[in-house]
Design a protein around this ligand. Sequence first.
Ligand code: ZN
Length: 310
Amino acid sequence: MQKILFLEPIFQSRIWGGTKLRDSFNYNIPNDLTGECWAISAHKNGDCTIINGPLEGKKLSVVYRDNRELFNDCESATFPLLTKILDANDDLSIQVHPDDEYAMKNENDLGKTECWYILDCQENAEIVFGHHAKTKEELVKLIANNEWDQLLKRVKVEPGDFFYVPSGTIHALCKGLLVLETQQSSDTTYRVYDYNRKDASGNTRQLHVNQAIEVTNVPHVDYLYNREVVKFDHAMITTYVKSDFFTVEKWQVEGSLNTKYNHKFLLVSVLKGEGHFLGEPIKKGDHFIVTSINDKIHCQGNFELMVSYL
Ligand code: ZN
């Protein structure tokens, strides 16, 4: 049985995309408006292919369906998580995602709780994170009157910052950010405002103001989390969030790391450096799943990983 599934990323063009996925990660991107790298995904809008071992050539959704033992018989009907790298070369639309209940009922999709690790950013970069409305009525009024400055909460960011974005949170990445996103496997976004932008053909993008108002949490509550750091001889593991939807950690290894493994399966993205993981060579820009058949992890080299699991 296969211990590691390496995946071929899928790239998505976006009006706000750029070239950083090529400049920083050396990916072969389709054009200069590439906004998203779907690095570990079995979603129907971007289903990654396995590129190593006996399962080479198969889609992750098919392997998840037919080889559930590799995922410790995970109960989720569809592969539950999705890892992306986002190049926000311009502002993203102001948006909000529904929770599982609303998304299942209205979109036949999972809800979307997501989180961001800032890989890199320009000076004074910021995000939109939450809003100032105290009641739904105030939210409706500020949106109807286009009073975006009064409505939206903005936060300055720096490389290494981490943000947990539960469903129902109004948010947007702004210009000049390179972000690793861990999220529920969902592609349902309700756009509140898109800066009245037009694409190359002169069309504006669809807004979903009514749905957005329905699903937005009022008032906004900042999610507080305590980072946990565990130090090993030659490594450090930082846990950013442990939620009902996922746990996200950064592993910094300088030398070697041996650790016990008691999760269903791991999603791993190599952010920096190179080395070996369970004997397989890994380097910056690789993405893989560690299946449930391992009970110990050993890796060595000099690298930084973003790791997520249920
Ligand atoms: Zn989002």
